[in-house]
Design a protein around this ligand. Structure first.
Ligand code: ARG
Length: 250
């Protein structure tokens, strides 16, 4: 993990090209937004189009800012690196705001609050203590991996390129538990009708949008658009649609 983080920070510093400032984006009329498109219900592909809570939220923010949107779909593990390479203007892909990531990128104010939860088959490990001696599946490059590594005595952590693959490993009985987002976990429990259960939260996190380090003008505009969406009912409506509750940080 340490190496990965260092590489990310180094890449950002080595890049000489400048991120597009707010003025440049505004003038072009189009903002380029990157996501993974494989993390339901936050960002998923619906045919060729990205959709989900974060996609609809970002589209609403862009509209608010008077911009068209060009979506870029990337594997989760590449998303923050691409910011350093100026491949898009910002990333919305459920990134927890962590000190490690803040070395490489800048974050907006959080667009939702959540936690990492243990999900298992009935009778399986339901909390950190019970993970002792167990095998756990997580998506690579995530805060789930970082936090499961901190749990003492876990036998093996298996990483998967996609979160949905980590879930599939649990369903196939290849691991004892999957650690993932608590809302994603609730959806899995519902979809699998009693075949899996959600245990305790291992940690809480604030999720934000990421821009290239130093792109303060863009962070300012995104924060303003997010605040507007949160006060004018846009956010509450979207959150209700996807979660049946308001997921903003309180
Ligand atoms: N919230 C977790 C993190 O910060 C997982 C994010 C996964 N996002 C995704 N699009 N697969 O690492």
């Amino acid at each position: 993990m340490k190496n990965v983080v260092l590489t990310l920070a180094a890449l950002t510093l080595l890049t000489t090209a400048q991120a597009r400032t707010w003025a440049e984006i505004k003038q072009s009329g189009t903002i380029k937004i990157a996501t993974e498109g494989a993390f339901p219900p936050f960002n998923v592909m619906k045919g060729k189009e990205p959709s989900g809570f974060e996609v609809e939220l970002a589209n609403a923010l862009a509209k608010q800012l008077g911009l068209k949107v060009q979506w870029v779909i990337q594997p989760f593990d590449n998303l923050l690196i691409g910011l350093g390479q100026d491949r898009y203007d910002f990333v919305i892909a459920s990134h927890g705001i962590t000190p490690e990531r803040q070395k490489a990128v800048d974050f907006t104010n959080p667009h939702y609050c959540t936690g990492g939860a243990v999900v298992t088959k009935p009778g399986g490990p339901m909390n950190a203590a019970a993970l002792k001696g167990k095998t756990v599946a997580v998506q690579v490059g995530t805060t789930y991996l970082e936090n499961v590594r901190k749990v003492p005595g876990v036998k093996d952590v298996k990483t998967f390129p996609k979160d949905t693959d980590a879930q599939a490993a649990l369903m196939a009985g290849r691991v004892d538990a999957w650690v993932g987002d608590k809302f994603t976990g609730l959806d899995l429990v519902k979809a699998q009708k009693g075949k899996v259960v959600q245990g305790s939260l291992l940690f809480n996190e604030k999720i934000g949008m990421a821009v290239k380090k130093g792109n303060a003008s863009l962070v300012k505009e995104l924060n303003a658009a997010l605040a507007k969406a949160m006060s004018d009912g846009t956010y509450a409506k979207l959150s209700g649609k996807y979660f049946g509750t308001d997921v903003r940080c309180k």
